[in-house]
Each structure stands twice: as C-alpha cells, then as structure tokens.
Design a protein around this ligand. Structure first.
Ligand code: NDP
Ligand SMILES: O=C(O)C1=N[C@H](C(=O)O)C[C@H](O)C1
Length: 260
C-alpha cells in the first residue's frame, strides 16, 4: 500500500481524491491537511493544518496536492525537506512559483500537471499534432470554460494547450493573446488567442479551434465530473512513488514520447 497524504482535503478536488483513495486497493490514506482542521474529524481523517507537521508523523510516501500555486510551493518545500514524492495538480503558477517547485524537485520526484485527466492529456497531444499537420493556413484559438468559483484564468490546461500549440507552430509566448477589446485591427497571422468563460458549475471545458478558409475544426474536451482528474492523480501517485528526483508531467506518467 502506498502511504498517501492529501492536502486541501476539504476542497472540491480534495473531496474527490479522498473518496477515490478510499476506494482504491493500493493507496492508503495516512494523513490530510485542511485550513479548516475541525472538519477533518467529520471526514474521519487524521491530520491538521500544516503539511510539515502531518508528514512528521505520517511516514507518507506521496502527497497529492490540489490547493493553489502559492500553497503548493510551500508544500513542495516541506516534502523536499522530508524526501516525500508529490503530485501537484494546482494551477495558477507564475514562472517564479514554477521555478520554486522545480527547485524542490531537485531532491524529490514531482509530477506537476495542470490537468491529470488522461483524456485531456490525449487531447493536448492531438492538438499539437493537428496544428503541425494543418500548418500555417489556420488561425488557432483556445477557449476554456469553468465554474464561477475558479480563481485563476486562463485555466492551467488552456495555458498548457497554448504552450504546446505555440511550440508545434514555431511561435513564441509573445504570440499568445489573452483578451480582445476595442479597435484591435485585423488578427495577426501568428496570434494564438486564449479566451476564458466563467459561470455556474461547469467542471472544465476546453476547445481548440482551427479556423481555416471555408472550414473550421474544433477539438473539445468536456469534463462532466471531477473523477477523471482524481483517477489520473492516483495514477500519477503510483508512478511517481519511488522515482528519481525530477520535475515530471502527465506525458511522463502516460509514457508519451517527448514530441510536444
Ligand atoms: N490538475 C487538475 O487536473 C485539476 C486541477 N485543479 C486545480 O486544483 C486546485 C484546487 O481546485 P479546487 O479543488 O476546485 O479548489 P477548492 O478551492 O475547492 O480547494 C482548494 C483547497 O486547497 C486549500 N487551499 C487553498 N489555498 C491554500 C493555502 N494557501 N494554504 C493551504 N490550503 C489552501 C483550500 O482551503 P480552504 O477550503 O480553507 O480555502 C481548499 O481546501 C486549483 O488550482 C485548480 O485549478 C482542479 C481540478 C483539476
Ligand atoms: O479549477 C478547476 O476546476 C480546474 N482546473 C484545471 C485547470 O486550471 O486547467 C483543470 C480542470 O479543467 C479543472
């Protein structure tokens, strides 16, 4: 059994992960964190507010962390100090906070993935391949929609899609456009637009549009509940436990070749 700690267990993903770990045959929950520690007892979970303290007693092998970028930076440091592997699903990283996680990953294995659903990761791969095959004759745009409680925008997945599309098309970060308003003029050929919708209880939807002359291709993934994110995170936890230190992503977990 893989000795597992869940951070932010009282969150949306935390609750999903708690159920899935309990249902699994090979992961054992040995602790959890919450900023509302009184709720842990109700959930029948041992733990507290501070991950460092939880790890000092739990003898954990892996921490699954879906909290926030800022919290994940701290959690990664705490795991690195104790030699505990990590799966980080939080989004909203800046280049600086990502670099801090990379620094922790010099001493522990960390899977950092803005989307742990296997389906989304297949779509990310297909999106890059489609862009490569279609080439320059198509205007590429990414649209994402999420629930009204989501704090970061665009989603980590949309940013990842934009990154792999830019790489596939030989474009740079400067070609990404995150909003349009006013007298913007004709669309620059090189542009990759990334747009955000927020509302209701949308779990997570991503579409890549390839607008051509006289046709349009749309590649869409729609999550209708959070289970696939959770199941992918458990898969990543099994994969990362016992690995060499390093910063990994879902492409590594799924054994994709490094072409995108
Ligand atoms: N990789 C993937 O596949 C997916 C990634 N996500 C990402 O995971 C993260 C969590 O999403 P979701 O579960 O919907 O969000 P929630 O707000 O429901 O849960 C986040 C949890 O983390 C805790 N938390 C937040 N900030 C801190 C902090 N600074 N210190 C300690 N604990 C903290 C929250 O505590 P409190 O309740 O007290 O606020 C809460 O328990 C987001 O970044 C989201 O984008 C989400 C779904 C899938
Ligand atoms: O916050 C969410 O809910 C989600 N966040 C992830 C992201 O930012 O890409 C993944 C998923 O779509 C749900």
């Amino acid at each position: 059994m893989i000795r597992t700690v869940i951070t932010g267990v009282t969150g949306r993903m935390g609750g999903t992960l708690l159920r899935l770990v309990r249902e699994s045959r090979d992961l054992e929950l040995v602790g959890a964190t919450s900023r509302q520690p009184t709720r842990l007892e109700t959930l029948g979970v041992s733990g507290g507010e501070d991950l460092g303290r939880v790890l000092d007693t739990a003898r954990a092998q892996v921490v699954i962390d879906f909290t926030s970028a800022e919290a994940s930076v701290v959690h990664a440091r705490q795991c690195a100090e104790r030699g505990v592997a990590m799966v980080i699903g939080s989004t909203g990283f800046t280049p600086e906070t990502r670099a801090e996680v990379a620094s922790s990953a010099k001493s522990i294995p960390v899977v950092l993935a803005p989307n742990t659903s296997v389906g989304v990761n297949v779509v990310i791969r297909m999106a890059a391949e489609l862009a490569r095959v279609l080439g320059e004759g198509y205007d590429v745009e990414v649209l994402e929609a999420h629930h009204r409680m989501k704090k970061d925008a665009p989603s980590g997945t949309a940013l990842k899609l934009a990154e792999v599309l830019a790489s596939a098309l030989g474009r740079s970060q400067e070609d990404l456009t995150f909003a349009r308003h006013g007298q913007i003029g004709a669309r620059p050929k090189q542009e990759i637009g990334v747009q955000t919708l927020r509302g209701g209880d949308v779990v997570g939807e991503h579409t890549v549009y390839y607008f051509g002359e006289g046709e349009r291709i749309e590649l869409t993934h729609r999550a209708t509940n959070r289970d696939q994110f959770g199941l992918g995170a458990l898969r990543a936890a099994r994969w990362v436990t016992g690995r060499s230190p390093g910063l990994y992503d879902m492409a590594d977990v799924l054994g994709f070749q490094r072409s995108s």
